[in-house]
Design a binder for this molecule. Structure first.
Ligand SMILES: Cc1cc2nc3c(=O)[nH]c(=O)nc-3n(C[C@H](O)[C@H](O)[C@H](O)COP(=O)(O)O)c2cc1C
Length: 232
C-alpha cells in the first residue's frame, strides 16, 4: 500500500468539486471517455464480489426518446415522485434529515428564483428531471432482484465511483432517484428483464457552468455529527 504525495489531495479535490449538475450543454461526451468512466467504476467493491450492477447508457436520439417517454409518464401521474419505484421511497424525513432536505431544496429554488410555496414552480423544476436537465446521456443502473438491499448498496458504491471518475474527466453528473420512480416504464422501454430492479439513473454530459441551477453548493454536517470514536 503506497501513500505517495498528492493522492489524498487528488481524491479530496474531486470530492470537493463534484456537485449535482442540473443544466447541461448538448454536446456529447466522447465514447472513449464514457468507457473510461465505466471501466473505473467496474472496480467498485461489492458483497461477495457479486458486482450486481448493470448499466444501460442512452445517448443522443436514444436519450431523447427515453426522456419523452418518461416525461410523459411523470407529467401524467400528477405526482412526479416515486409513482412505481422498485425500492420504496423514504417513509418520512424528520429531524435533521428534514432540515437538510429543506435546505438543499431552498438552495435550488432560491438560485432559480422560484418563490417559497410556489407549487407550480416546484413541479416545473421537478419535471426537469425527466428532461434529463438537458443532458445528452443517461445511465440507468439496475441490480438483481434476488440480491435485495445488498445489491442496492453495491450499486450505490458503483454510482459514487461513476460520479468521481466522471468528475476526474471533466464530465458533470447528477444521480436521479426521480427516474427510478418509474421503474416499470424504464424496464419496458429498455427491455430489462423482470429480475432487474432499477436503483437510479445518472444524467451526464458537460456542465452549463453559467446556469443558475449550477450556481450553489450544498453543505455537509461536521465529522462530529457523523462519526463516533470508541477507544476503551
Ligand atoms: C441516489 C441519489 C439520488 C438522487 N436523486 C436525485 C433526483 O432525482 N433529482 C435531483 O435533482 N437530485 C437528486 N440527487 C442529488 C442530491 O439531491 C444531491 O446529491 C444532494 O443534494 C447533495 O448535493 P450535491 O450532489 O450537489 O453535493 C440524488 C442523489 C443521490 C445520491
Amino acid at each position: 500500500m503506497t501513500s505517495s504525495p498528492g493522492r489524498i489531495e487528488a481524491l479530496e479535490s474531486l470530492l470537493a468539486e463534484r456537485y449535482s449538475c442540473r443544466a447541461f450543454r448538448s454536446d456529447p461526451v466522447p465514447r472513449a471517455t464514457i468507457e473510461r468512466i465505466l471501466t473505473a467504476a467496474q472496480r467498485t467493491a461489492s458483497w461477495c464480489n457479486s458486482q450486481p450492477w448493470q448499466v444501460v447508457i442512452a445517448s443522443g436520439a436514444a436519450a431523447r426518446r427515453f426522456s419523452e417517454v418518461i416525461h410523459d409518464a411523470a407529467s401524467g401521474t400528477g405526482s412526479a415522485h416515486g409513482a412505481q419505484s422498485d425500492f420504496p421511497f423514504p417513509r418520512e424525513y424528520k429531524g435533521v434529515y428534514l432540515d437538510r432536505r429543506r435546505e438543499s431544496g431552498f438552495q435550488l429554488y432560491n438560485a432559480l428564483g422560484i418563490a417559497r410555496g410556489d407549487k407550480d414552480g416546484y413541479r416545473r423544476q421537478t419535471l426537469q428531471n425527466f428532461k434529463l436537465f438537458g443532458a445528452p446521456h443517461v445511465a440507468i443502473i439496475s441490480t438483481d432482484e434476488a440480491l435485495g438491499v445488498y445489491g442496492a448498496v453495491d450499486c450505490g458504491g458503483y454510482v459514487n465511483n461513476f460520479l468521481l471518475a466522471a468528475q476526474a474527466l471533466g464530465v458533470a453528473t447528477i444521480p436521479q432517484a426521480a427516474l427510478a420512480g418509474f421503474s416499470d416504464v424504464i424496464r419496458e422501454h429498455f427491455g430489462l428483464g423482470d429480475d432487474r430492479r432499477v436503483v437510479c439513473g445518472i444524467s451526464f454530459g458537460f456542465a452549463e457552468t453559467d446556469h443558475a441551477a449550477n450556481s450553489y453548493r450544498t453543505n455537509r454536517a461536521t465529522l462530529q455529527d457523523a462519526a463516533t470514536f470508541l477507544e476503551n
